[in-house]
Design a protein around this ligand. Structure first.
Ligand code: MSP
Length: 510
């Protein structure tokens, strides 16, 4: 029986084209989804687009097309980015799908029947950019706390009795100390809830691009109630025959940016508690990227387009950089200098040279035949193989904490150890003096290249596949369960090796 793992990205607003921030959130999920699959989990990895609400309607009006036509077009851009980034999602959800309307209306009806929704009227501030309501005392210099402009709203509205869920939420947080990460963000959420919750307006009447409220079509649902519900729509909640909800819900992890944590860690659990549905197991809020020290914004004209970055530097290079450079959870700065340093130093030098050196020696000096591990290993061999053996558990722990940078740091620690070993053992010199020792050393190093490449698959799928191809690891031998079998490559014949990680300079000259 497979263990199951359900992971979600936020669904992206289709008011604009995808940028590096969107690529980042989904990449983090892709690494986890790939990791879990290789670790023998059955995974459901969900991403998609958030297509309703005033912000999207306004973007469609501006482009002078109907919202549906507009969302079809922009959603496609997000799907293209996902393909370009080689994201391995199992489903791309769109909130304009019929089954999503059904599921929003179902949750609404449950909340209504249980007495958690009442009709009243809203008067207060609204920020279209944040798609969020604000009271007077939350405004900063007449704007939303995010700096977004606000407008005054007065309209009939249905309200969800959020205030009633303050204590149940606090009790839940108390019992589930891993529910929100990082811990600093969890503390912010607790303080926010301790400060008291006001009932939440969950419908709008002054525009119509949304899911109609059951039995009151003058209202469309507040876009966040609609959007959050996507996580259960995708399990086929409304289609009992498929048992998807029982199988997948509750989600193991909702990955979100820090700006939308409140919706996921306060509102969503409150809706679910009120509907008597199970709560997700964990919400991780990652930080934001700046560009060369500046906030990324359209008005500053410094939006980073992930597609052109990939075309210039290579996909795995970008995937590696995004996961390695910034401790996951913190804000980080995107700088070309830092990117080039990672490409040349970590990838081309540390990993690329290691494998190229080892494989060319096997190719040249052993007729391409991968040697067997010695039955009488020396102390240095034992030490390096021990570090390699301990690596998978270490990496697994970090991935389960969403500490991608730490997982990669551990892997690079072993790569560095292997580079020191290769320098010290100098197999190229042993060729003339002790050919048996030379082959023992190369056998240890092939073990390291295999182990490290297997563990790097979730981060750099193409480059690690190339490395594994070069050392003749068959596709069906790439699951993590093969990490513990040693010496399985001895006797296999490699072809002339080719460098997998070019230095950036070379790319530019080409
Ligand atoms: N539609 C909502 C989410 C609904 S989920 C039920 C939304 N969409 S969004 O397109 O505006 O943002 C999606 C994600 O992109 C968020 O997690 C946000 O944090 C992330 N990023 C947007 N800009 C970013 C950076 N500059 N850096 C890192 N991530 C950022 O919110």
């Amino acid at each position: 029986m497979h263990k199951q793992y359900y992971i979600t990205t936020p669904i992206y607003y289709v008011n604009d084209n995808p940028h590096i921030g969107h690529a980042y959130t989904t990449l983090a999920c892709d690494v986890i989804a790939r990791f879990k699959r290789l670790d023998n989990y059955e995974v459901m990895f969900l991403t998609g687009t958030d297509e309703h609400g005033q912000k999207v309607q306004m973007a469609a009006d501006k482009a002078d097309v109907l919202p549906k036509e507009f969302t079809d077009r922009v959603s496609k851009n997000f799907q293209n980015l996902a393909a370009k980034m080689k994201f391995s999602h199992d489903y791309f959800i769109r909130t304009t799908e019929p089954r999503h309307y059904e599921s929003c209306q179902k949750i609404w009806q449950i909340l209504m029947e249980k007495g958690h929704i009442t009709l009243s009227s809203y008067s207060g501030w609204y920020s279209v950019r944040d798609e969020a309501f604000f009271s007077e005392n939350e405004l900063v210099d007449g704007k939303a706390p995010t700096g977004a402009p606000v407008e005054w709203l007065e309209e009939p509205s249905y309200f969800f009795n959020l205030s009633k869920w303050q204590q149940p939420l606090l009790d839940f947080y108390e019992k589930n100390s891993e529910f929100v990460a990082p811990v600093g963000r969890f503390n912010e959420i607790k303080r926010f809830v301790e400060g008291g919750l006001k009932d939440l307006s969950i419908s709008r009447t002054t525009f119509n691009w949304g899911v109609p409220v059951p039995n009151d079509p003058e209202h469309v649902m507040y876009v966040w109630l609609d959007a959050l519900t996507n996580y259960i729509t995708a399990t086929n909640w409304t289609n009992k025959e498929q048992n998807g909800f029982e199988k997948w819900w509750p989600a193991d992890l909702h990955m979100v940016g820090k700006d939308i944590l409140r919706f996921h860690a306060v509102y969503w659990p409150a809706f679910l508690m009120a509907a008597q549905l199970p709560l997700p197991k964990r919400v991780f809020a990652h930080g934001w990227w700046t560009n060369e020290g500046e906030k990324i914004s359209k008005s500053l004209g410094n939006v980073i387009d992930p597609i052109s970055l990939i075309d210039e530097y290579g996909l795995d290079q970008i995937r590696y950089f995004l996961m390695r450079e910034v401790p996951f959870g913190r804000d980080g700065d995107f700088s070309k200098t830092a990117l080039l340093h990672r490409i040349n130093s970590d990838l081309a030098n540390d990993l690329g040279n290691l494998s190229q050196r080892v494989l060319s020696q096997i190719y040249k000096n052993l007729n391409g035949e991968i040697p067997a591990l010695s039955e009488k290993p020396q102390k240095d061999d034992v030490l390096l193989l021990k570090s390699l053996k301990e690596l998978p558990d270490g990496v697994r722990v970090e991935i389960n904490k969403q500490a991608f940078h730490e997982a990669l740091r551990l892997i690079w620690h072993v790569i560095a150890e292997a580079n020191r070993y290769v320098d010290k053992q100098a197999p190229w010199a042993l060729k003339k003096t002790d050919i048996v020792r030379m082959s023992d050393v190369l056998a240890v190093l092939v073990e390291v290249i295999r182990g490290v490449s297997l563990l790097l698959q979730p981060f750099m799928p193409d480059a690690s596949a190339k490395l594994l191809d070069q050392i003749q690891v068959a596709p069906e031998e790439r699951l993590f369960m093969f990490l513990s079998s040693s010496n399985m490559l001895s006797g296999r014949i490699i072809e002339k090796p080719e460098g997998v990680f070019p230095r950036y300079q070379l790319l530019k000259d080409a």
